[in-house]
Design a protein around this ligand. Structure first.
Ligand code: PMP
Length: 407
């Protein structure tokens, strides 16, 4: 008989990465267009699409409520997916995984349920200046509600040592910047944060896609990510929180199955994770995420990552042929941000769009970082293991065509 552990070893040994096969799993890539906007949202593999169709076409049911066959089955899928997500990020318990609408909602939930009752006037929340608006605005809002202060931080560890104090209650930082691709040193940050009795909130929206995370080992208090950047449906997010923190937090939204008992005068909240899941969950989204995770599990992530680093280096070396290019992103990152000195970023986006090349331009929901970089926006290409050298070659041709128009 094969034990669970042996089965895991067997699975690990069976993992491989083949760029062409990986790419073939994405129906959106069966045409001439080039998709270089995966940091905005990832394309979806057929396995995920099939699972979602199967749910809508044949197994539609609500979860955790009705008792008919499909309802029990979908309830089981939700439990399994919660466990799979816990395993993915190395959470100790699956009840530490809360379904939300996305990274944005997850961080707002922390701000309103954890921070708002805790913060006093004069308390400080240190937020890195790399942050997406989704990991800045929830803190600005809660600071306004409580009289606390948001402190800007460069994401440098030495600067954190000088900023952090007994007034610091929360430090919020990204796992990977969606503009520069920079990955702060979470291990060092976490150590410093906890030495100062503060808690660490990590925005994993970009990081989860490219870097394995171990919330337990890194001692991360709260971690958030969105399913749609991880090959899964939109409208679904994850909030991980340490059970000890989640248990002491008050509920944020009411309704559905977030309660044990209620009358017209009082209510008792449900246990974790349900107390934070008011209303019907995004069932199709969770079914889709589960399918994406099992599909992802067959690929060797180290090999996929090496492939991506090579592709990023290739893209950068090709882009360097343009004299007036200025890069903002770190070398080897799947996120490559740049500008041409004399052409507006949005003009490039439109001219590339006309040539079927999908990229992202603008502030990338990171206005403070744009100010720091001294620009009003950037051109961003973002890569996934389904991209290939031909995509980069087509991008370079399209950029040459665009630049010729301006010349
Ligand atoms: N943080 C980062 C770093 C992101 O890149 C994004 C998405 N662009 C978000 C947060 C917000 O994610 P969502 O819109 O899915 O909530």
């Amino acid at each position: 008989m094969v034990t669970g552990m042996e089965l895991q070893d067997l699975n690990l040994r069976n993992k491989y990465f083949d760029a062409e096969q990986f790419r073939a799993d994405f129906p959106a890539l069966n045409n001439q267009s080039v998709y270089l906007d995966s940091a905005a949202t990832a394309l979806k593999p057929q396995a995920m699409i099939d699972a979602t169709i199967q749910y809508y076409a044949h197994n539609t049911a609500t979860a955790e409520r009705s008792l008919h066959h499909n309802a029990l089955q979908v309830t089981q899928t939700i439990h399994t997916t919660r466990e799979n997500v816990a395993n993915l990020i190395h959470a100790k318990h699956s009840h530490e995984i809360i379904w939300t609408r996305g990274t944005t909602e997850s961080i707002n939930l922390i701000a309103q349920s954890y921070a708002r009752p805790l913060l006093q006037p004069g308390d400080e929340i240190i937020v890195s200046e790399l942050e997406h608006h989704s990991n800045l605005l929830p803190w600005l809002i809660v600071a306004k509600q409580t009289g606390a202060k948001v402190i800007q931080w460069s994401a440098d560890i030495d600067e954190l040592s000088s900023l952090i104090s007994s007034r610091t209650k929360i430090v919020a930082v990204t796992q990977m910047s969606n503009v520069t691709g920079f990955c702060p040193d979470l291990a060092q940050i976490s150590q410093l944060v906890h030495q100062n009795n503060a808690i660490l909130v990590v925005d994993g929206a970009q990081g989860i896609v490219h870097q394995p995370i171990n919330v337990d080992k890194l001692n991360i208090d709260f971690y958030a990510f969105s399913a749609h950047k991880l090959y899964a449906p939109t409208g679904l997010g994850v909030l991980y929180g340490k059970a000890t923190l989640l248990e002491q937090m008050s509920v944020w939204q009411g309704g559905g199955k977030m309660l044990k008992t209620t009358t017209f005068s009082e209510f008792q909240v449900a246990q974790l994770p349900y107390k934070f899941e008011a209303g019907t969950q995004n069932i199709a989204g969770i079914v889709g995420l589960n399918a994406s995770l099992s599909w992802l599990n067959k690929w060797d992530e180290v090999q996929a990552d090496n492939y991506l680093i090579q592709l990023s280096n290739y893209a950068r070396s090709q882009l360097k042929q343009f004299d007036d290019i200025q890069f903002y992103s770190v070398e080897g990152s799947p996120i490559i941000s740049f500008n041409f000195k004399h052409i507006h970023h949005n003009d490039i986006a439109i001219l590339l769009g006309d040539q079927n090349i999908a990229i992202r331009t603008g502030e990338l929901c990171a206005q403070p970082l744009m100010n720091k970089l001294g620009c009003h926006g950037v051109i961003r290409i973002s890569l996934m293991p389904y991209n290939n050298q031909q995509d980069i070659d087509k991008l370079i041709t399209a950029l040459n065509n665009a630049i010729e128009i301006f010349a």
